[in-house]
Design a protein around this ligand. Structure first.
Ligand SMILES: [Zn+2]
Length: 344
C-alpha cells in the first residue's frame, strides 16, 4: 500500500488519509520539511490514491493507474507516465518544451504557463482527479508564483496541487495563505537505517551517516559517497593520531594542513563528534567511567564546529581542539574516576 511505504511520517500521512476518508481533499497542499525526508514520495502516494482505479481509498499501488503514477518516463522530461500526475520543477523540462527558457536558478513563468495553466482548464484525462506536484516550490520565480496564484485562488473541480518545499518562508505570503500546510519532520534514526540498508549501504557505516545526516535520507546518501567517506576518515584518523602523539607539534602540523573549506570541515568534525558519541555509548554500556572523557571530547568538537561556523580560522580552531582533546584524557578509558579520600 503506497501510504505505508512512506516511512517515518505518520502524522503527515494520517492528515492526508483523513482527508481522503472524509472526501474532503483540499485543492492545494504545501508539504513542508527538510530535504530528503519523503515529501515527494508522500505526494506520489497521495496522487496514487487520487488516480487509483481499483476502488481502494488510499490507493492500491498495483493497478495500472497506480503504477503509472509513480513510473517516470525514461527520456526527459522525467515525469510520471500517468497523464493526470503532473510534475513541475526547476530544469525538469528540456528548454525547447517550455519556450526555450533555461532554468538555471528558478522555475520560470513559461514552465508554469505551459505545464500548469494550459492543463488546469481541462478536466482530468482519465482519472477522477488530476494532481500537480511542484518540486522545490521555493524556486518559483516571482512571475511564476504570481501566474500560479490565480489558479490557487480559484480552485478547479477535481484538480489538486501539492507544493513541496524545504523553505516555506521563502514562498510569497499569498501562496502560503492559499495552501494548506502538512509538516514533515526529520526521519528518526531507525527509519534512516532501514532506508540506507535497503539501498545496500554497509551496516558499519550507518551510525556515522545517521549522526551526520540530520534525519535526511538524501543527505545520508550524499554523505555515503566513497570519496567523501574516505576524506572524513582521513581527517578523523589525523586528529586521533595527533592526539596520541606526545607534545603539541603534531597538532600544529595537522591543523596547518587541514582543508579550509568550511562545509567540508564541519562535516568532518561531525564525523569526529560521532566517534566520541559512539565511544561514550560503549563505555556506558560497559559501566566504565571512560564515558565521561568521551562526552567531554564530544562537547569540545561541538564547540569547534560552532567556532568554524562563526568564521573561526581553521588552523587555530583545529590546533586548539587537538590540544584540548589531549588534555581531556586524565581519566583513561576503563579506569574508574579518582575518588577523593578524606584525610583523617
Ligand atoms: Zn490502484
Amino acid at each position: 500500500m503506497p501510504f505505508e511505504e512512506v516511512l517515518g511520517q505518520t502524522a503527515a500521512m494520517a492528515t492526508l488519509a483523513r482527508a481522503l476518508e472524509r472526501g474532503k481533499v483540499h485543492h492545494a497542499y504545501r508539504f513542508e520539511g527538510p530535504e530528503g525526508v519523503g515529501k515527494e514520495r508522500a505526494a506520489l502516494a497521495f496522487a496514487q490514491a487520487l488516480v487509483c482505479t481499483a476502488g481502494v481509498l488510499l490507493g492500491c499501488g498495483v493497478c495500472d493507474a497506480c503504477r503509472r503514477a509513480v513510473s517516470k518516463s525514461a527520456r526527459p522530461p522525467e515525469v510520471p507516465l500517468h497523464p493526470d500526475v503532473i510534475f513541475v520543477g526547476r530544469a525538469l523540462y528540456p528548454p525547447e518544451l517550455i519556450g526555450g527558457k533555461k532554468e538555471a536558478s528558478e522555475i520560470s513563468v513559461e514552465q508554469v504557463r505551459r505545464v500548469v495553466l494550459t492543463r488546469v482548464v481541462y478536466p482530468p484525462h482519465e482519472a477522477r482527479h488530476q494532481v500537480i506536484i511542484l518540486r522545490g516550490a521555493e524556486e518559483l520565480s516571482a512571475n511564476a508564483a504570481n501566474a500560479l496564484l490565480k489558479t490557487l485562488e480559484e480552485p478547479r473541480p477535481r484538480t489538486h496541487f501539492v507544493l513541496l518545499t524545504s523553505q516555506p518562508d521563502v514562498l510569497l505570503d499569498t501562496i502560503r495563505s492559499r495552501t494548506m500546510p502538512v509538516r514533515f519532520g526529520p526521519l528518526p534514526d531507525a527509519v534512516l537505517r532501514t532506508i540506507l540498508l535497503a539501498r545496500g549501504l554497509p551496516e558499519e557505516s550507518l551510525s556515522e551517516l545517521c549522526a551526520l545526516a540530520g534525519g535526511s535520507a538524501s543527505a545520508a546518501l550524499e554523505l555515503a559517497d566513497p570519496e567523501r567517506r574516505a576524506a572524513r576518515e582521513n581527517f578523523v584518523q589525523g586528529v586521533l593520531g595527533a592526539m596520541r602523539t606526545p607534545g603539541l607539534g603534531a597538532a600544529v602540523v595537522f591543523a596547518e594542513g587541514v582543508e579550509r573549506d568550511r562545509p567540508w570541515l564541519i562535516e568532518s568534525l561531525g564525523a569526529l563528534a560521532a566517534i566520541f558519541v559512539e565511544r561514550a555509548r560503549s563505555f556506558v554500556a560497559q559501566g566504565s567511567a571512560g564515558a565521561r572523557v568521551q562526552a567531554e571530547r564530544h562537547a569540545l568538537v561541538v564547540d569547534a564546529m560552532a567556532a568554524i561556523e562563526r568564521n573561526g580560522q581553521a588552523s587555530l580552531v583545529m590546533s586548539g581542539l587537538v590540544a584540548s582533546l589531549k588534555a581531556a584524557r586524565q581519566l583513561r578509558p576503563g579506569r574508574p574516576p579518582a575518588v577523593p579520600v578524606p584525610r583523617r
